[in-house]
Design a protein around this ligand. Structure first.
Ligand SMILES: [Zn+2]
Length: 241
């Protein structure tokens, strides 16, 4: 890729919005091109500054009350034009509130999980231990990780376990259980997490993700399978003994 091909995509690259192949091409160029690297650094600094600034801006409770009051009050007839203007402003403010109140779209864990999943797919190294037998997979992790890894297989439900692998996420070694769903691979990352968490689904870079915390373990499912498939596997894993 040339600089002029790379530049229009640098913003999306910095925001992790590109397809994997495209992101890798841009990454390869940026690594060898000092001028695009400088541009990338500038964009990253800008995006971090914007994020830091936005996260500090919390709307005051009084603002929400005013927006609700404005939306709830019917426009008076003789001041219809003014009222419509106020309603439009209130709607815009409500929209702004919605965006500001939204939780961060991506957590660090989410991006680390996607990176690890796509790395394994690219390197065609999905499993360190290849087996559908939990009595093979479960003990394989023993001694390699400081926590116990459940390794249930659900062939009858259409989610056979095909094996497991060790991965490193943000500097810590974690277990990955690898499930097959028709032609798709589902990675189930699992690590110790004291606090239980409700199930949360998301989509990022073409992958479906699902995460929750239960029984001292935090789970992340990542796959190009349908989000419903991830929900089905989640239900099976959550109910497994
Ligand atoms: Zn360049």
């Amino acid at each position: 890729m040339t600089c002029s091909e790379v530049r229009p995509f640098l913003g999306a690259f910095v925001d992790n919005e590109l397809e994997l192949r495209q992101a890798l091409e841009i990454e390869a160029h940026v690594r060898t091109c000092a001028s695009c690297r400088a541009e990338e650094a500038e964009l990253r600094a800008l995006s971090e500054a914007a994020r830091a600034h936005l996260s500090r801006f919390l709307p005051a409770p009084a603002l929400e009350a005013r927006v609700r009051a404005a939306l709830g009050s019917p426009p008076a007839r003789r001041r219809a034009a003014w009222a419509w203007g106020a309603a439009a402003a209130a709607a815009a403010a409500a929209l702004l509130l919605f965006f500001l109140a939204r939780p961060a779209a991506r957590s660090g864990d989410e991006l680390a999980v996607i990176d690890a999943h796509s790395r394994a797919l690219l390197a065609q190294h999905l499993t360190d231990v290849e087996s559908s037998d939990q009595h093979t997979v479960k003990p394989w992790f023993q001694g390699k990780l400081p926590y116990g890894v459940p390794a249930a297989s659900f062939p009858d439900a259409g989610f056979p376990l095909i094996g497991g692998r060790l991965d490193v996420l943000a500097g810590r070694p974690v277990a990955v259980l690898v499930y097959r769903r028709r032609n798709h691979t589902i990675d189930a990352f699992v690590w110790p997490e004291a606090e239980p968490r409700a199930v949360e689904a998301s989509r990022e870079r073409g992958y479906a993700l699902l995460s929750w915390g239960q029984d001292g373990l935090g789970w992340w499912l990542c796959s190009d399978a349908a989000p419903d498939d991830l929900r089905a596997l989640q239900a099976l894993l959550a109910a497994a003994p």
